[in-house]
Design a protein around this ligand. Structure first.
Ligand SMILES: Nc1ncnc2c1ncn2[C@@H]1O[C@H](COP(=O)(O)OP(=O)(O)O)[C@@H](O)[C@H]1O
Ligand SMILES: [Mg+2]
Length: 251
């Protein structure tokens, strides 16, 4: 039987008169890569924000291991093992690559706090490993602001890797990457999945989606219209019409 790690039930969010998310039900099953697809403005990022406590739901529930986490603050939810990336990355641009990863790791790691020097060294090792996995070791001392676009995307991923979280919510993590970087990206995510990470990703590129996703939840105007294996969702003419009809325009 599948093990549901994170689920949303009847999740809704209104912004004034706009129903950005409308009564969405969805389960993230352990080891399953779920893609959130749909045109711009469908409500995908808002769902992430509701899952992580960055926004307060208008109605519905978010359950982690079957227990409601609604109303909890983002840092508490992060500590509970849910890591996320943002569309705009939110890196500390004038800090080094290494320090960007270090601050993503829990504050207990700092050597003057419980755990002392041993924990501090272990934390540094975790950071180095995350940099290595994402191909950034040689750039560890560079400032984030001096990285190329692709490197910033990998840095954002390194920050998530280093947290050790087992649930990753990734908001367009591969957008704008060249083919080579994209393939590298796909491999890193596959390695993470093999290590027991459960991934939910918002993705526009159909190629990336089909290579990574086990399931696709398709949203439009705040509603989940379908959820199934990629072969089914991507062959549904109505969904494809919605997707290509709207994804050309807008933000
Ligand atoms: N903080 C906000 N305040 C007001 N409207 C918002 C806010 N965040 C998102 N929206 C609106 O909610 C809708 C869904 O947005 P979003 O979840 O970002 O879509 P997606 O990620 O699928 O492109 C859009 O119409 C967007 O303009
Ligand atoms: Mg978005």
């Amino acid at each position: 039987m599948s093990n549901v790690l994170l689920s949303v039930r009847g999740l809704s969010k209104n912004f004034g008169g706009l129903a950005a998310v409308q009564s969405v039900d969805m389960d993230l099953q352990e080891g399953v890569v779920t893609a959130l697809a749909g045109p711009n403005g469908a409500g995908k990022t808002t769902i992430f924000n509701l899952m992580t406590g960055n926004l307060v739901a208008s109605a519905g529930d978010v359950l982690l291991h079957g227990k409601s986490i609604i109303g909890k603050k983002p840092h508490r939810i992060a500590q509970m093992g849910i890591a996320r990336s943002f569309q705009d990355l939110r890196l500390f641009t004038h800090m080094s690559v290494r320090d960007n990863v270090l601050v993503a790791v829990e504050p207990e790691s700092w050597f003057w706090q419980p755990g002392g020097k041993a924990a501090w060294h272990q934390r540094l090792e975790t950071v180095e490993k995350a940099l290595e996995r994402t191909g950034l070791s040689a750039m560890a001392d560079k400032r984030a602001v001096d990285l190329s676009y692709a490197e910033t995307k990998f840095l954002s991923l390194a920050r998530i890797l280093a947290t050790g979280s087992k649930i990753w919510l990734l908001d367009e993590p591969a957008s704008g990457l060249d083919l080579n970087s994209r393939n590298r990206f796909i491999n890193i995510l596959r390695e993470a999945t093999a290590d027991g990470v459960t991934i939910c990703l918002i993705e526009h590129n159909l190629d990336v989606m089909t290579q990574l996703a086990d399931r696709i939840a398709f949203l439009d105007q705040g509603k989940k219209l379908a959820e199934d294996v990629p072969e089914k969702v991507l062959r549904d003419p109505e969904l494809i019409a919605i997707y290509f009809g709207k994804s050309q325009s807008g933000n």
